[in-house]
Structure formats: structure tokens, C-alpha cells
Design a protein. Sequence first.
Length: 195
Amino acid sequence: MLADLDCPKCKRAFEVDSGDAEEFANKCPGCDATLHTYLFPAFARRRESGAQAAAIVDTTDASCFYHPQKQAAQVCDGCGRMICQLCSIDLSGQHLCPACISSGRKKGRITTLENNRTRWDSIALSLAVFGVFMSVAAIVLSPAAIYMAVKHWNDPGSVVTGSSKVKFVVAIVIATGTLLLYAGIIALLIFHPHK
């Protein structure tokens, strides 16, 4: 397995052959330093490229609206422009160009493109935690946390981390515990007055 490395001492690039070993020692040809190297197999693996737009070969080929030197591969379902493989964005079974995606987002016509969501689980957990520390506000915050958790239980989670019910469960447990704690304190004050 061949890989190109830079010597950390003299910064000279050199090629190493690790064979099948993950750990091996090499000498830098520039400064003769011994380098102990740990090489991940993916380091020397050939990278695969993404979609490539084909260049126009024949004068009868249609060209991309945005890249006149590239061959058209699709027709935009939004505006009808000829677009190359680089410009074609597949969204809910439609092939759209970048301009249609941009104008669709601005005008609200594209509803399937989502880049943020309200984190109801974090809101419910915050309300429950604030209720623990604010005794008077706990009467309002704890039921609000339980309501948020139950109402938004089946809503989609974060765009980044996905859906998890852990924060909802923790919010319900904290809010319920807080309500029970303050209800017990109020009951003690009412039924066992301080003498």
C-alpha cells in the first residue's frame, strides 16, 4: 500500500510503502529521521468522485443553462431549463435547478426542504428544570413542560441528531417530581402548621 507523507521535521514529502502493516517505521530521505507511522487503510484507498457533468462532444448535444460547456442531462421540472448532472438536484422525485430551489424556498413553494426545526424536547426539559429552581413558577412551568412533552411527543426531532424521546421523558419525570415535591410542601404547611 503506497501513501504520500510529509516529514514533520523537514516538511519534505516522500512516498512510503507499508505493505499490509498498519504500523511501520520509515526513514525520511531528506533529514534521515526515523518516522514511526500508523497508517489507516482508508488513507491509501482511491477516492471516488461524485457526479460528473459530461463535456459537450457533438454540436447537436444540448448544453446546460448554467454551464454552457457541459452536456445537459435533465430538464428542470420547475422552469424547463436544460441542466447538467452537477446542477440537477433531486428533491421529492423532481429534478430542479439551483434557481428553482432558491426561489421555491423564498416563496414557500418547496415545503420538503427543511433546514431547521423547533426543538420541543429541549424546550420541555428547560421548562422542567426552571420549575425546580423557581418554586412559585413551578406551578406554571411544570405543567407546561408536561404539556409540551405530551403534545410534541410524535413531532420530528432535530435535523442534525434525529428523533429521541429521552429529553421528553426526563422533562416529564422532573416536572412530575417537582409538582409532587411542592404539593407535599404545601400540604405540610397547611395541615401541620408551625407552632
